[in-house]
Design a protein around this ligand. Structure first.
Ligand code: C2E
Ligand code: CA
Ligand code: CA
Ligand code: CA
Length: 279
């Protein structure tokens, strides 16, 4: 027995074992999170760089577990993707967003577009478009009010299989945004082939535009190129007044980041942005 234990210690360092246990625990808990109503959505404003009006809202998933507390999407989304739980969660997110959008419309508020993140894994389901359409059709929402954010990544599979799905979404009226642009490796190929409306520059560039000349040059080039293709450009992760000012001089269209507001509960987003006043 002593020998086995020793062997065990050789195979797994305590750190790896803890990580493994945590993952298993999160996976088990995540399976029940929807039914137990532990998930909710926060809404982050996207502001027009020149007029300071609200241009859009990004829906971001939050998970508060009764004993584990707040678990960040950076930790649980990858687990949801690996295990396929993201399929159910993705549907729940869209339903929730449509329900919120319907409430705001019923209250006669002037609501901008709402962006929803879709995982590459969700594109592997061949009923993705049908299930999205089903959910939206069951509500008073118009697909034109919804932006689908996708991250260009290797797990996206080959362009050839994703392309028809994107065209179906487009023909139903949804807008398409490419998320984390610049982070991947085949960004330009996607830009040429995908029917996109919005390009979101990855925050790793934005956070260095005032300190690193190369990041500034790349950001400016991305903005000019996107405008040449009639795309709207959103800068994410804008945190400082200097970054904001630099992005304004670069003609960036839309600003998203802590400098404006973090993702907010729906009631806060509503009182701060949908009831009339400007910043
Ligand atoms: P993302 O789609 O790139 O979302 C932007 C992330 O940047 C969010 O992190 C947001 O809270 C954070 N952020 C916003 N402003 C700032 C800023 O000024 N500075 C910094 N440092 N960060 C800022 P969050 O909410 O933790 O989400 C992390 C990722 O999890 C998202 O990255 C997205 O990939 C994924 N995710 C979140 N919600 C969903 C969802 O409903 N479905 C799917 N499939 N993925 C989601
Ligand atoms: Ca996003
Ligand atoms: Ca992003
Ligand atoms: Ca992302």
């Amino acid at each position: 027995e002593a020998k086995l234990q020793k062997c065990g210690y050789h195979l797994f360092s305590a750190g790896i074992l803890d990580t493994f246990k945590r993952k298993l625990e999160l996976e088990n808990e995540l399976r029940r999170a929807i039914d137990r109503q532990e998930l909710h959505i926060h809404y982050q404003p996207q502001i027009c760089a020149s007029s300071c009006r609200i241009e859009g809202i990004e829906a971001l998933l939050r998970w508060t577990h009764p004993t584990l507390g707040k678990v960040s999407p950076g930790e649980f989304i990858p687990i949801a993707e690996e295990t396929g739980i993201i399929m159910d969660i993705g549907k729940w997110v869209l339903k929730e967003v449509c329900a919120q959008l319907s409430l705001w419309q019923a209250a006669k508020l002037d609501v901008p577009t709402i962006a929803v993140n879709l995982s590459a894994r969700q594109f592997m389901a061949n009923d993705l478009v049908a299930s999205v359409q089903d959910i939206v059709n069951g509500t008073p929402c118009d697909p034109r009010q919804i932006v689908i954010e996708i991250t260009e990544s290797s797990s996206m599979g080959d362009i050839e299989s994703v392309l028809p799905v994107l065209y179906q979404f487009k023909s139903l009226g949804f807008q398409i945004a490419i998320d984390d642009f610049g982070k991947g490796y085949s960004a330009l190929g996607y830009m040429k082939k995908f029917p996109i409306d919005i390009l979101k520059i990855d925050k790793s560039f934005i956070q260095e535009i005032t300190s690193d000349a190369k990041s500034a040059v790349i950001t400016k080039a991305i903005i000019d190129m996107a405008h040449g293709m009639k795309l709207k450009v959103i800068a994410e992760g804008v945190e400082t007044p200097e970054q904001l000012e630099t992005l304004r001089t670069m003609n960036c269209d839309v600003i998203q980041g802590y400098i404006i507001d973090p993702p907010l509960p729906s009631d806060k987003l509503e009182s701060r942005y949908l009831t009339g006043e400007c910043l």
